[in-house]
Design a protein around this ligand. Structure first.
Ligand SMILES: C[S@@+](CC[C@H](N)C(=O)[O-])C[C@H]1O[C@@H](n2cnc3c(N)ncnc32)[C@H](O)[C@@H]1O
Length: 155
């Protein structure tokens, strides 16, 4: 799996716990301090060090270096203004049948209300349209706290 936006490691721990025992998480973040915190959180959660690969760098610099079709899931939780680029990269990275997820698709409700015209809301609306309309994806929008947009990459 690939995670874009390691943060403090909360989502990474859940992703790792949901994977098969030999599954590996490649997690990307531009902030080394965040990755240090996440490393510690994984350790405290009892996750073996060989199950995660931390890559420090900006997502759009790092993702092109990852293997085409090499991943079962891509979890996006970084810069919402780059979400359309993450979508393109995810389509390349996922194997057929793989799943992409965008955390925070609602932007605290702003993305669902046309009155909000800020850049994040506009990008997220465009993302939702692109995922819905792509013949390569089977989407579902889950009404979790801040919206989880998921889609299966078709064969
Ligand atoms: C909301 S936090 C992620 C939280 C994480 N998923 C968790 O559960 O702990 C967003 C993270 O994305 C990182 N980030 C923001 N823009 C980025 C970019 N362009 N490339 C890589 N990481 C980025 C930030 O440094 C931050 O750690």
């Amino acid at each position: 799996m690939v995670e874009i936006g390691t943060g403090a490691g909360v989502s990474g721990i859940h992703l790792l716990r949901g994977m098969r025992p030999d599954g590996v998480l490649t997690t990307v973040d531009s902030e080394p301090d965040r990755q240090q915190l996440a490393r510690q959180a994984y350790r405290e959660a009892g996750i073996a060090a060989n199950r995660s690969r931390f890559i420090c760098g900006r997502a759009l610099d790092v993702l092109p270096r990852l293997t085409d079709g090499g991943y079962d899931l891509v979890f996006c939780d970084a810069d919402r203004l780059e979400c359309l680029d993450y979508l393109d990269e995810s389509l390349r990275l996922l194997r057929p049948g793989g799943v992409l997820c965008f955390e925070g698709a609602f932007a605290q409700g702003r993305a669902l209300d046309a009155a909000h015209q800020d850049a994040e809301s506009l990008h997220l609306r465009e993302l939702m349209r692109a995922v819905r309309d792509s013949p390569r994806l089977a989407p579902v929008l889950l009404p979790t706290d801040d919206g989880l947009l998921c889609a299966v990459r078709r064969a």
